[in-house]
Design a protein around this ligand. Structure first.
Ligand SMILES: O=C(O)[C@H](O)[C@@H](O)[C@H](O)[C@H](O)COP(=O)(O)O
Length: 251
């Protein structure tokens, strides 16, 4: 049963990233205390990457046993391995190269020049198998924390408004083509996969996102505004800066 969204507003993007990093640390520590390990789905984009940088800088980061964290990506820009625009490359530089993760528990999506060849559908199917292999019921794991950024038109991960991906109800991971945000070819979790996470936290900064935030929280349909369909089983939190919250009525 997914949760209704809550909103938390911070004064600026730096505080937003630091506060969300603190929230992530606590959730990972709690998951490890309860079950011995934790799973963390990271996102691309400037705000999501800033959260990873804040995790790296946090004095509390070593409270997490990083060797017992499974790391996944919500989406990937389908580019050659090591390309600076890949979400994997950015997440490694921001955090993963600086904490003692177990490489066998870091589940990056395939690059366009890997053993699967330049075949985004094969890359998506391979990632779906990775998720299924780590799921108790052959679908997807129950992620502890899943971060998302959003686009000005309301995309999350690489699920764009009125695209084939936003209509996908069966596949857990899809290849995405003709994306309005470059690069045009991507791999993405679908919204039902996002909704398998305990905690779905959206990090959104800047006035350019205010209208999308307002629409998502005012009953927009997920087909028109995919962020509206991003919900967690235990919490859904929109972590905003004041500019991104500009379109919301004070409450
Ligand atoms: O790979 C990507 O581009 C993303 O995963 C994408 O969904 C991103 O999170 C949003 O577009 C927000 O990006 P910004 O924070 O840079 O605006």
């Amino acid at each position: 049963m997914s949760t209704d969204p809550r909103v938390v507003v911070h004064p600026d993007p730096e505080l937003l990233a630091a506060a969300l990093a603190a929230r992530v640390l606590t959730a990972l520590v709690d998951a490890q205390a309860a079950r011995g390990s934790a799973s963390f789905v990271v996102t691309g984009g400037g705000t999501g990457t800033a959260v990873l940088e804040q995790l790296r800088r946090s004095p509390g980061r070593d409270a997490v046993d990083w060797s017992r964290v499974d790391v996944y990506w919500g989406d990937e820009r389908y580019l050659p391995g090591g390309d600076p625009a890949r979400n994997e490359t950015q997440a490694r530089a921001a955090l993963l190269d600086h904490v003692p993760v177990d490489p066998s528990r870091v589940f990056a999506m395939a690059p366009s020049d890997g053993p699967l060849g330049d075949d985004p559908d094969a890359a998506a199917a391979a990632y779906a198998r990775t998720l299924a292999d780590r799921s108790p019921d052959g679908t997807v794991p129950r992620f502890d924390v899943l971060l998302l950024g959003i686009g000005p038109e309301g995309h999350v991960a690489s699920v764009f408004p009125d695209s084939p991906a936003v209509h996908e109800q069966q596949l857990t991971v899809v290849a995405v083509r003709d994306c309005p945000k470059p690069p045009p070819t991507r791999i993405s979790m679908t919204l039902p996969t996002v909704r398998a996470a305990a905690h779905v936290w959206l990090c959104v900064a800047g006035a350019g996102k205010a209208e999308a935030v307002h629409r998502a929280l005012s009953g927009a349909a997920e087909v028109d505004l995919p962020a509206a369909g991003a919900r967690g089983l235990e919490s859904t939190i929109w972590v905003l800066d004041t500019a991104a919250a500009g379109g919301l009525a004070p409450s």
